[in-house]
Design a binder for this molecule. Structure first.
Ligand code: ARG
Length: 266
């Protein structure tokens, strides 16, 4: 069965508030026409490889294009996000309704525990373990609740760099236990846990990290990413991947790139 992806057209996307360092100085600076163009050029090849579904955009939720943050699907259940920042909390009901209408069982985390969905909870292609981040948006308590709820092993990583506030901005599980990551985004213990638990951990440079190279969508053997230096491209190709560059500079003004623009489940 092909992977399912949820995306949200950028009709109302913009930087209207500041909740991460990328957004600083960017309020009102998004070129909406260019954002729509970039989103469509990304959507096109992605929809050839996955079954992409769309959710209606909403005038009052400019960050809703970042569907990665909607929640988490586990078997037939949908666990909605509980956004840390009030600016994004009205997205919760919109995403929950979408999944409810499609027959998912809605399983909520207790109130007061922040959880930002697949931004901070990454399921590797083999579904063996769940890599989760905490420190900025998702509370560490959410990891405990999820490991209980899902009865699965969770590797809890602490994020320490404000630009890399969601796990998917600095970490990407690939095939066979390989991961892509930006070491400076994590504390020492988490760096150790990554190297210990991954079969192979490929570090990215600061330059690649700041171009959101870890915020990659993996479909079959293709990696869709905003940018990759020649060195990174070469090492990914040596692992058997095809790198497909899809520039999403307008979305990076809000602190998100390719992966944030998608939410996936099997
Ligand atoms: N402006 C959004 C926020 O700060 C960007 C979210 C990016 N999404 C992601 N999965 N990293 O919440």
């Amino acid at each position: 069965m092909p992977l399912k992806l949820l995306m949200c057209p950028p009709d109302y996307f913009g930087v209207e508030y500041i909740i991460n360092p990328w957004m600083e100085g960017q309020v009102g600076k998004v070129d909406r026409a260019l954002a729509i163009k970039q989103w469509r050029s990304f959507y096109q090849p992605v929809s050839q490889k996955a079954n992409v579904e769309l959710i209606y955009p909403n005038r009052h939720t400019p960050d809703m294009v970042f569907t990665a943050n909607c929640g988490l699907v586990w078997n037939q259940s949908f666990i909605p996000s509980r956004f840390k920042n009030p600016e994004r909390q009205s997205e919760e009901a919109l995403f929950t309704q979408w999944f409810r209408e499609r027959g998912f069982k809605i399983v909520s985390l207790p109130e007061g525990i922040a959880f930002e969905g697949a931004g901070d909870a990454l399921v590797p292609p083999d579904k063996e373990t769940l890599w989760m981040g905490h420190g900025f948006r998702t509370d560490a308590e959410a990891h405990l609740f999820l490991s209980e709820m899902l009865k699965t092993r969770i590797i809890s990583l602490r994020l320490i760099h404000p630009h890399f506030y969601h796990l998917d901005t600095c970490f990407c599980p690939l095939h066979n236990g390989t991961v892509l990551y930006y070491p400076d985004a994590f504390d020492e213990i988490s760096n150790h846990m990554i190297r210990h638990n991954a079969t192979k951990a490929i570090p990215v440079s600061k330059e690649d990290a700041f171009k959101m190279a870890c915020n990659t969508v993996l479909l079959e053997d293709t990696l869709f990413m905003n940018s990759a230096s020649p060195i990174l491209k070469k090492s990914l190709e040596a692992e058997g991947y095809t790198v497909c560059i899809q520039e999403v500079s307008e979305f990076i003004k809000a602190g998100g790139a390719n992966r944030c623009l998608t939410f996936s489940w099997h």
